[in-house]
Design a binder for this molecule. Structure first.
Ligand code: MEV
Length: 426
């Protein structure tokens, strides 16, 4: 009987683990060979990053072109499996250039750490005591990372509020930490854990959770761009995009997809720079709902000249130092391609790319529809899946598109027909 109960699996080498997985899943030698290929990351490094490693997992890395942000030209590395996203970002960036490109700004990189204080006799009183003693609590927090403090960061403030919950009132304390160029979760968690005993002693309560919040409302990146009407394709296109935006602003079902289109760009840059994509997703969607109703992360309006003005703001808990951002060789190279000097700059770039992808998606949706652009690459993928190689990939893909049937079974039929007819070249 196969069992997944593998005690000591973590102690094995990747090669030993691979043998067990091979047997468990009946992998072929060829499949194992694929797993062994590790690209730029390398097995040793991967094995030190997470547990139970057997290999690495690759994604395509594309470069979005045409980006001008705050007057400077950028090439933007994007790691993503979805066709069209890199092309869409590049196209939108090209359109934005007509009116000077993207302009961005951001708040200082302040993250929130949460401390959950319970079982206090008087919650209001406990919150008051915590605020009264904030100076010494901040000092305890800052003793955890003298280097961060020396560089100009560290804990900067404390907030406290009483939260009514199904288990009664709790005091929720927020430790605000300027994390400089780090993503910040580690330092914030360490600081929260360090101040918790002092908070318990001061309030006679019991602390349970001590953890960073991904709703990073104090670490916001903003971007804006004007898209010239003629670059977009005329007045009707502008109107169509405004209709699309109004739909998203009024309807959560549409809004989720609207924001997903933004995150296509944000997450692709995050992956290329080895940032925590789950933290970004959680933060972005929670921020979109922060006002009590789920809203678009972007805003679109018409300028007096009839152009389209787009703005975006979202939390960007990203780092350029610490964590794997500083270790992953490909992430380091991607950062070099970007030429970013700080986490703030990286966050602002992500906001600009998100805005670009949002514009491109709405423009496509409001005009020819999203499928045409998507379908070209998708059809090629389907052709490859059906077994096409070399020039046959494009031949099969072209037929699939012409017939508007992007399906593997049809691809196989077309491939057979072409082979029988001896056609191997366009
Ligand atoms: C697809 O990955 C993203 C879009 O659905 C975004 C949108 O609908 O705005 C095209």
């Amino acid at each position: 009987m196969k069992t997944s109960e593998l005690s000591g699996f973590y102690k094995l080498t990747p090669e030993e683990r691979m043998k067990i997985v091979k047997e468990f899943a009946n992998l072929t030698d060829e499949e194992v060979e694929y797993l062994r290929k590790t690209g730029g990351l390398g097995l040793d490094l991967a094995n030190r990053m997470i547990e139970n490693v057997v290999g690495t997992f690759e994604l395509p890395l594309g470069i979005a072109t045409n980006f001008k942000i705050n007057g400077r030209d950028y090439l933007i590395p994007m790691a993503i499996e979805e066709p069209s996203v890199v092309a869409a970002a590049s196209n939108a960036a090209k359109m934005a250039r007509v009116r000077g490109g993207f302009f961005t700004e951001s708040t200082p990189p302040v993250m929130i750490g949460q401390i959950q204080l319970t079982k206090v006799p008087n919650p209001e009183e406990a919150a008051r005591i915590v605020l009264e003693r904030k100076k010494e609590l901040i000092q305890i927090a800052n003793e955890q990372d003298p280097l961060l403090v020396k560089l100009g960061g560290g804990a900067v403030d404390i907030e406290a509020r009483v939260l009514q919950t199904e288990r009664g009132p709790m005091v929720i304390i927020h430790l605000l930490v300027n994390v400089l160029d780090a993503m910040g979760a580690n330092v914030v968690n360490t600081m929260c854990e360090a101040v918790a005993p002092a908070i318990e002693a001061l309030t006679k309560g019991k602390v349970f959770l001590r953890i960073v919040s991904n709703l990073a409302i104090y670490r916001i990146a903003k971007a804006r761009a004007v898209f010239a009407q003629e670059a977009l394709g005329g007045e009707e296109v502008v109107e169509g995009i405004l209709e699309a935006y109004a739909f998203a602003a009024a309807d959560p079902f549409r809004c989720a997809t609207h924001n997903k289109g933004i995150m296509n760009g944000v997450i692709a840059v995050a992956l290329a720079t080895a940032n925590d994509t789950r933290a970004l997703e959680a933060g972005a969607h929670a921020y979109a709902a922060y006002g009590g109703r789920y809203k678009p992360l972007s805003h679109w309006s018409k300028t007096v000249d009839g152009d389209l003005l787009g703005t975006i703001e979202l939390p960007v808990a990203v780092g350029t130092v610490g964590g794997i951002t500083a270790v992953h060789p490909l992430a380091k190279i991607c950062r070099k391609i970007l030429g970013v000097q700080s986490a703030r700059e990286l966050g602002e770039i992500m906001a600009a790319v998100g805005l670009a992808n949002n514009l491109a998606a709405m423009r496509a949706l409001a005009t020819e529809g999203i499928q045409r652009g998507h379908m070209k690459l998708h059809a090629r993928n389907i052709a490859v899946m059906a077994g096409a190689e070399g020039d046959l990939i494009d031949l099969v893909a072209a037929r699939l598109i012409a017939e508007r049937k992007i399906r593997a079974d049809r691809a196989k039929e077309i491939l057979e027909e072409l082979k029988k007819a001896g056609i191997t070249k366009p």
